[in-house]
Design a protein around this ligand. Structure first.
Ligand SMILES: C[S@@+](CC[C@H](N)C(=O)[O-])C[C@H]1O[C@@H](n2cnc3c(N)ncnc32)[C@H](O)[C@@H]1O
Length: 199
């Protein structure tokens, strides 16, 4: 049953995060030691902002994080740079402009928690999630440093397996994880891939 004010929701409010989803990322970070001081990170689908706030704290003042979302977000951090855009419409040229504006050449890591608005129809939702995950994977191929990492949300079903195979081709190691903060009735899983082999 859906519990709007569950343990993770209350913990997020107490720790200054706008969404409980931060505990999915922090669990992955604890397992794989992803974020370190001075990194450059791209956060796709960053609103309302919990992941970006978490990452901003981990990478410190010399790091930089770019967040992109369809919706506005109110994050106040000197190392956070927000761009309101549809990730599905971002081409190489727009991406290059964004990176230049922030003074970045490549990213150490790309995270995508993008989720489509749900229809409730399993196949449709899994298909839309796969389109977003595919685009995140494409962007990672063009913007990650060699050795970089990717965190990618996807709904099981749809093209989940073909995306998994593509991460195997592009990265040295990859895992599929269902963090504890994922709701019981959700089909969300996260792919964590690291050791990007290079463009
Ligand atoms: C589950 S929320 C992300 C939560 C975020 N990680 C946090 O911790 O606050 C998913 C986000 O993906 C965004 N999104 C979905 N499709 C998108 C698209 N095509 N381009 C940009 N953002 C998109 C939504 O607007 C929504 O804010």
């Amino acid at each position: 049953m859906y519990q709007p004010q569950d343990f993770f929701f209350r913990k997020a409010k107490a720790e200054g995060y706008p969404a409980r989803s931060v505990y999915k990322l922090s669990e992955l970070d604890q397992k794989y030691n992803l974020f370190k001081p001075n990194q450059a990170i791209l956060d796709l689908g960053c609103a309302p902002g919990s992941w970006s706030i978490y990452i901003s704290r981990q990478i410190g003042p010399q790091g930089k994080i770019i967040g992109i979302d369809l919706k506005e977000t109110q994050i106040e951090a000197d190392n956070f740079f927000f761009f309101r855009a549809d990730v599905l419409e971002i081409d190489e040229e727009r991406l290059a402009t964004i990176m230049e504006e922030v003074g970045l050449d490549k990213f150490d890591g790309l995270v995508s928690d993008m989720a489509p608005s749900t229809s409730g129809i399993k196949g449709v939702d899994a298909g839309r999630s796969a389109i977003l995950a595919n685009q995140a994977l494409n962007i990672s191929r063009k913007t990650l440093k060699k050795g970089g990492f990717l965190v990618l949300k996807i709904l099981e079903g749809g093209e989940h397996q073909s995306i998994w195979r593509e991460t195997q081709r592009l990265f040295a190691k990859q895992k599929q994880i269902r963090p504890k903060a994922v709701r019981q009735n959700s089909r969300e899983i996260y792919i964590v891939a690291y050791g990007f082999k290079g463009a």
